[in-house]
Structures are given as structure tokens and as C-alpha cells.
Design a binder for this molecule. Structure first.
Ligand code: PMT
Length: 399
């Protein structure tokens, strides 16, 4: 299966004769299984029609910064969050200059500022324009900002000149994109993720638990895998099938989960605590099924505290980046900030679990990312899309 299968690619096309090759590029990306959204500058539409690219990509083409049809009119933000990768092909001298200056005066440049996804450019222009010192200075600026530059190739040009300035062929660009996902943002890293609920036994047939379905944690495991990580998923009981190619460790209680985490802690570059771990467990587990007492008698359970797995991992494995969730019902950000400090972690992902559309056992979630640097709130997203965003954000954390 192609590495591009199901990857969200934004192909941004700027004005230049090489724009005609972008149609073939879209066709090849779709054939490789990618989901493609096309963004065009007004210059690009002089060379190739949006209709051609709409037909090939299967999606409307995005041309304008302000889009009244997009949620909150901010199409660039939606696209920026949707993307796994942004490729500008062809990238004209003008686009390179505007990117180097950090301009945000059209959809393409604004999108590049707003996205967390890698941005790649495939320059195409007249050979003299490419050699010009201004373009070469802009190139250095873009490289310094981790924008990847692929090409240009040398050869005969549409204007009759010969030299460097031809856009790479569509098939070469597809290979470049494939290679991006060969490595992934977490290539070479081991990510340990806890997921699901824990069950704290009262007797052989009863337990204390919660409504966690594991959906958020399993989606994170898939997203980390997609970014090239070695993933260890430690999960309480759920009805889900673990993603392919992750190491799966099934557990029941919080104590089991802690032991499983400690066993793999040395390997962890990143530890993400998504599980809804029971804070308390019965002080005594009855060996036999508890019997009903006299009609009017209640039953008093004595509970003892479970260890905090996230805080323990953060203390025992200082090398690892540690990320926790905060399931809150009020004062969400304040409580998340307290947890960030108390558990000594790099990020807390706060969700409002009093809202039944999100949080426990829902398909969607809406979270705020709380770090020492501030708070970023994300919109309501499916847990799968959200997991992609979270893994992008987590891959940028450092200690
Ligand atoms: O599984 P789903 O149905 O998809 O639902 C997702 C979710 C709501 C479970 C998830 O988004 C979430 O919020 N997970 C954390 C739930 C929780 O226990 O939150 P907390 O605020 O009580 O704990 C804070 C953090 O400490 C969490 O990362 C938790 O995993 C961790 N913790 C808590 C207690 C404990 N003893 N050990 C821990 O590691």
C-alpha cells in the first residue's frame, strides 16, 4: 500500500507555465490513495482552470482567503488543520518572496503561516530569475525556516532558455512525498500511549470503572504510527481493535496499567496518558461474591488511592516527553494548568467531559492544549482528525 494512502495533501498552485503539470500531479496523488485539496493563486488560474483540478481531485478548489461557506469564514484555518502536508508546486519566484517575507495576503501564504504540517515547495521559473540574488536570498530564508525545497531541475525551458528552473516532474514529486511519510515526524521514536478505562475489582464479578471507550487513545496510537513511531498501546478493557502494527498490552486495573507502563518506560521517548484511570480502588477485594445484607442495610466501601501513573512516569523517566489529558467539568483551563504543574508534564490536553457530544465514548472531541507557553483551543473535530493534530503538536514539544 502506498505511503500516501489516506494522507491529507494540500497542493497549492501558483502562477507559472509549469502549472499544467499540476493536473498530472493531482491525478498521481489520488491514484496513490491521498486525499487532495487544491489551493490556487489568482495567477495560477491564468494557466490552468480550477474546474480541471476540481474534477481530478474530487474536491472544490480553494481560491479565496475569505470563504463565507467555511465555518466561521476561516477556510485557511480549516485547511491548515486538515493538512498532513502542504506542497506548493509550482512555486513561483513571487510566492517564494512572499513566503520569505511572511506575508499573509492571500489564501496560499496565509495557509502556510497557519499550518503545523510540513511545507514543501517545488520552484519553477525562468533560469535567470532562479539565479537572481533576490531569489537565492529568499531560498536561504525559506530553508532556514525548515521549508523543504525540491528542485528545480535543469533543462530546456518554456521561454526558450536552458538552465535551472524547471519544476520537478509529477512522478518525482510523488516520490518526494512518499519519502516524507516513510520517515514521518516521529520516525525512530517510541511512543507509549495509555487508553480506555481501568476496572477496580470489588469481588470476582463486580468492579468500579468509567465510560471511557478507548476511542481517543486508539486514534492517537494510529496517528503516532502514521507518523512513523514505534507505538506501545497499553489499554484497559474496550470493544476496539488495536491499530495494526502497534504493540498492544491489555490490562485491567490501574495497578496493572502502572506496572505495564513502568515495564516499557525505558523505551519511551513520548508518553501520552489518555486512559481514564480510576483514582481509587477498593481497599479489599473480596475473594467471594459479596452477598446482599439485610433489607435495610447499606454497604460501605473503603477505597484507597491509586498511584498517579502519569506523574510516576514523568518522575521516573525524565528523558521522555510526557503528555496528559484532563477530563474536567468546570474551570477547565485552570484545572488543566494545575495538572500541568502538579504532574510535571509538557502538555495537558483538556476536554470538557460534561458535554455529551465530546469526551467519553463520543466520536468527536474538542480540546485545549495547555503548555507552559499558553493555551491553544482547537475546534470540534472527529477523534481521528483531532489525533492527527495532537500528534503534530506533540512532535514539536521538547524538554
Ligand atoms: O476513551 P474515550 O471514550 O475516547 O474518551 C476519551 C477521554 C475522555 C477518556 C480522554 O479524552 C480523557 O480525558 N482522558 C483522561 C481521563 C482522566 O482520567 O482525566 P483526569 O483529569 O482524571 O486525569 C489527568 C491525567 O492523569 C490523565 O492523563 C490520566 O490518564 C492521568 N492519570 C489519572 C489518574 C491516575 N491514577 N493516573 C493517571 O495517569
Amino acid at each position: 500500500m502506498s505511503r500516501l494512502n489516506n494522507k491529507h495533501i494540500i497542493l497549492a498552485i501558483s502562477g507559472g507555465i509549469a502549472a499544467y503539470k499540476s493536473a498530472e500531479l493531482v491525478r498521481l496523488l489520488i491514484k496513490a490513495g491521498a486525499k487532495v485539496q487544491v489551493v490556487m493563486t489568482s495567477g495560477a488560474t491564468a494557466f490552468i482552470t480550477p474546474l480541471t483540478l476540481q474534477a481530478l481531485s474530487g474536491n472544490p478548489v480553494h481560491q479565496h482567503l475569505l470563504n463565507p461557506k467555511a465555518e466561521a469564514g476561516m477556510g485557511h484555518i480549516q485547511l491548515a488543520r486538515w493538512a498532513d502536508l502542504v506542497l506548493i508546486a509550482p512555486a513561483s519566484a513571487n510566492v517564494m518572496a512572499r513566503l520569505a517575507q511572511g506575508q499573509a495576503d492571500d489564501l496560499l501564504t496565509t495557509l502556510c503561516l497557519a499550518t503545523n504540517a510540513p511545507v514543501l515547495i517545488a520552484p519553477a521559473m525562468n533560469q535567470a530569475m532562479w539565479k537572481d540574488q533576490a531569489t537565492q536570498d529568499n531560498l536561504q530564508t525559506l530553508l532556514g525556516r525548515n521549508i523543504q525545497v525540491h528542485g528545480p531541475a535543469s533543462g530546456e525551458q518554456a521561454c526558450g532558455d536552458t538552465g535551472s528552473g524547471r519544476m520537478l516532474e509529477p512522478s518525482q514529486l510523488v516520490s518526494v512525498l512518499n519519502a516524507q511519510f516513510d520517515q514521518g515526524l516521529l520516525a525512530g521514536k517510541t511512543v507509549v500511549i495509555t487508553a480506555g478505562p481501568t476496572r477496580e475489582a470489588l469481588d470476582p464479578v463486580r468492579f468500579i470503572s468509567n465510560h471511557s471507550s478507548g476511542k481517543m487513545g486508539y486514534a492517537l496510537a494510529q496517528a503516532a504510527k502514521d507518523q512513523g513511531a514505534t507505538v506501545i498501546l497499553i489499554s484497559g478493557p474496550t470493544h476496539l481493535t488495536p491499530p495494526e502494527d502497534v504493540t498492544f498490552i491489555g490490562v485491567n486495573s490501574a495497578q496493572d496499567m502502572l506496572l505495564a507502563c513502568l515495564n516499557v518506560g525505558d523505551d519511551a521517548d513520548v508518553f501520552i496518558a489518555t486512559a481514564a484511570v480510576a483514582d481509587y480502588r477498593p481497599a479489599k477485594v473480596s475473594e467471594q461474591k459479596l452477598k446482599k445484607q439485610n433489607a435495610d442495610d447499606g454497604l460501605t466501601l473503603e477505597l484507597v488511592q491509586n498511584a498517579d501513573i502519569l506523574a510516576t512516569m514523568s518522575a521516573h523517566y525524565p528523558r521522555a516527553i510526557t503528555v496528559g489529558f484532563a477530563a474536567e467539568t468546570q474551570d477547565i483551563i485552570t484545572h488543566a494548568q494545575t495538572k500541568l504543574k502538579r504532574k510535571n508534564v509538557q502538555m495537558i490536553i483538556a476536554n470538557d467531559v460534561s458535554d455529551t457530544r465530546i469526551g467519553f465514548n463520543s466520536d468527536d472531541n474538542q480540546v485545549s492544549l495547555v503548555t507552559a507557553n499558553g493555551v491553544e483551543s482547537l475546534p470540534l473535530l472527529s477523534k481521528h482528525n483531532l489525533a492527527r493534530q495532537l500528534i503534530l503538536a506533540i512532535s514539536k514539544l521538547s524538554k
